[in-house]
Design a protein around this ligand. Structure first.
Ligand code: ATP
Length: 352
């Protein structure tokens, strides 16, 4: 079992709180992605799990054991970095086998284990080469192989795909997902790339300013973002966010935004009048509602994105090509009530 329990983990560097009381339970066998913008504390949190960065306060347990003060080599974890960190003078075979040699395993065992790992990762033909004779994607696989050969309880990965070109990244993403399924091990994976998070994760933990904003499956964080921050971080383009006011007339709640009232099918009391209205670009359609003007239309091949101005708010609409819109066109946009998200304007937390 390789459950990782993070309990109120905090790390401060002088006046900077890089990780702020994060509590997170990584289940055995899950692919947990730590996602968030640059500087939100993802790498620091991963290094805390690995034992490379000591905690200021809080604790970490691996498979039920408190490892808060355990050195990295005594934690049953393998780390894969963005920079690969391969030994340039060693062959692929010796690079992959390195952790086993360091542990004094027999030659026969090392040969067998390296052979198996090379087979799994499609590196069998390349065992005699040195890192400089490999492509970026192959180097990345060697780094992964070196982690795999140890058969660790969990894998920690810090942006391992960020040095690959877009096409290779897409292919490697799928390979990693398959590898995770085959191994059944726990993966904790750091990225700022929401597509990597959405496509590979069993759960996503979103960090903002060192704090955990939301933890959930990709569907949960996309469909029910817990805050304005999460709503505005996920999606390409992200969720449209407009200031709106809630009013109640004749028992129906209306959302007033940009000079129109949208009826809201919601029963019950809402705690505030001042809200942020959120609508995903793919949920906006032509219809009676928000009046605006098209500023620009982008062609993505199968889809188009229309950038519109509604009052002084920028709003994106995304749909199959052709949207039949051009810059300068007047538009009226609406969406189904169930696609409306509401957030408290002061706290940023989700209301509906
Ligand atoms: P990125 O995606 O850019 O790598 P990140 O989310 O991984 O960012 P961290 O590297 O964890 O963020 O950094 C979180 C915060 O802690 C940042 O403000 C960073 O400047 C600060 N920080 C990280 N390491 C140190 C350090 N050794 N000394 C001082 N400040 C640090």
């Amino acid at each position: 079992m390789s459950r990782i329990q993070i309990d109120a983990a905090t790390k401060t560097f002088g006046a900077v709180t890089a990780v702020d009381a994060v509590t997170l339970d990584v289940r055995h066998g899950e692919f947990l992605v730590l996602l968030g913008p640059s500087g939100c504390g993802k790498s620091t949190l991963l290094r805390m799990i690995a034992g490379l960065t000591p905690l200021t306060s809080g604790r970490i347990r691996l498979a039920g054991q408190d490892v808060t003060h355990t050195p990295p080599r005594d934690r049953d974890l393998a780390m894969v970095f963005q920079s690969y960190a391969l030994y340039p003078h060693l062959t692929v075979e010796r690079n992959i086998g390195f952790p086993l040699r360091a542990r004094g395993r027999s030659r026969a065992e090392i040969r067998t284990k390296v052979g198996e790992v090379a087979e799994t990762l499609g590196l069998a033909e390349l065992l005699g080469r040195r890192p400089r004779e490999l492509s970026g994607g192959q180097r990345q696989r060697v780094a992964l192989g070196r982690a795999l050969v140890r058969d660790p309880g969990a894998f920690l990965m810090d942006e391992p795909l960020s040095n690959l070109d877009a096409k290779l990244r897409t292919a490697t993403r799928a390979e990693l997902t398959e590898l995770h399924r085959e191994l059944g091990s726990t993966f904790v994976y750091v990225t700022h790339d929401q597509v990597e998070a959405m496509t590979m994760a069993t759960r996503i933990a979103l960090l903002n300013g060192g704090r955990l904003e939301q933890v959930g499956t990709p569907e949960q964080v996309y469909d029910e973002p817990a805050s304005v921050f999460v709503a505005g971080f996920l999606g390409s383009p992200p969720m449209n966010l407009l200031d709106a006011t809630l009013v109640s007339r004749d028992g129906t709640l209306y959302l007033e935004a940009a000079d129109v009232s949208l009826p809201l099918h919601y029963k019950g009391d809402l705690p505030t009048r001042d809200v942020v209205l959120g609508i995903r670009p793919e949920h906006l359609t032509h219809g009676d509602g928000l009046r605006g003007v098209v500023r620009n239309v982008e062609n993505l091949g199968s889809e188009e994105i229309a950038h519109c101005l509604i009052g002084d708010a920028r709003v994106c609409l995304r749909g199959p090509r052709p949207l039949s819109l051009q810059a300068g066109d007047a538009v009226t946009l609406s969406c189904r009530p169930e696609h409306i998200h509401l957030f408290d304007r002061t706290s940023g937390r989700r209301l509906v």
